[in-house]
Design a protein around this ligand. Structure first.
Ligand code: ZN
Length: 220
C-alpha cells in the first residue's frame, strides 16, 4: 500500500515537473511571463493571463507599456532629500512651494507616502526611511535613511516630525529609535493614532487595537 502510494506520488511529481518545464511559447513570451510573475500580486498563473492580455492588445497596451517602462528606466530617480521616487531630484514634493516645510511625515516606504497622499489629509513634506530596523534581517540604522533625516532636522525650519510607521513590532522599534535620535532637537515628535478604523465595529476588533484606542481616546 505504502509502495503504491509512493509510486503515485512519483508519477504525479514527474508529471508536474514535466508540465512545468514544458514551454508553451517562444523565449520572448516566456521571458515576459517570467518577469511579470515577479511583480507583487501576480503569481505564475496571473502572469500568463496578463502576458496574454498584453499580447492580444499589442498596439493599445503592450507597445505603450514598453515605451512607458523604457522612459521610466531612463528618468526615475530616488530623491536625495527625502528618498521618494520621481523623475526629478529633488522630487516634486520636496520642491512644491505650497507644501508646509515645517512638518515632515516619516514613512517606511514610498507606497506609504502614496497611501497618505491619497488620503489628502495633510500638505506636508515626507521622509522615506526605506524600511524598518530589523537586526535579524541585517537592517540597522545605516541601511535606512535615518542620518539624512537627522541632517534635515539639524538644518532647522522643521517644527514637527510625524512618525507614520506601521503598527508592527519593527515599525514601533524604529519609531522609538528615531525619537531617541531626534531628542536633542527642538522639534515636536508625534505618531499616528492607533485605534478604531473608520467604519469599524468594536466587536470585530482585536484586544490590542481596542486597548490602544481606549488609551488614545480624545475629547468628544
Ligand atoms: Zn523629495
Amino acid at each position: 500500500m505504502a509502495l503504491r502510494h509512493y509510486s503515485l506520488l512519483t508519477i504525479r511529481s514527474s508529471f508536474y515537473t514535466a508540465s512545468m518545464s514544458k514551454r508553451i511559447a517562444g523565449p520572448e513570451i516566456e521571458r515576459l511571463i517570467q518577469l511579470l510573475a515577479k511583480v507583487p500580486g501576480l503569481g505564475p498563473r496571473s502572469a500568463r493571463r496578463a502576458a496574454l492580455h498584453l499580447i492580444k492588445k499589442k498596439e493599445q497596451l503592450l507597445a505603450p507599456l514598453a515605451a512607458a517602462m523604457g522612459e521610466a528606466v531612463d528618468k526615475v530617480r530616488v530623491c536625495s532629500t527625502c528618498g521618494n521616487v520621481d523623475t526629478s531630484d529633488p522630487c516634486m514634493i520636496c520642491t512644491d512651494p505650497r507644501r508646509d516645510p515645517t512638518t515632515i511625515i516619516v514613512v517606511e516606504d514610498v507606497s506609504d507616502l502614496w497611501a497618505l497622499e491619497r488620503a489628502g489629509a495633510m500638505n506636508a513634506r515626507f521622509h522615506v526611511l526605506g524600511g524598518t530596523l530589523s537586526p535579524l534581517d541585517g537592517v540597522g540604522p545605516d541601511q535606512l535613511t535615518i542620518k539624512q533625516l537627522v541632517t534635515r532636522i539639524a538644518e532647522g525650519g522643521v517644527s514637527e516630525v510625524i512618525l507614520a510607521v506601521n503598527a508592527t513590532v519593527e515599525g514601533q522599534t524604529t519609531a522609538h529609535y528615531l525619537t531617541d535620535q531626534l531628542s536633542g532637537f527642538d522639534v515636536k515628535i508625534t505618531r499616528l493614532a492607533h485605534g478604531v478604523p473608520v467604519g469599524g465595529e468594536l466587536d470585530y476588533l482585536d484586544e490590542g487595537t481596542l486597548s490602544a484606542a481606549l488609551k488614545s481616546r480624545t475629547v468628544f
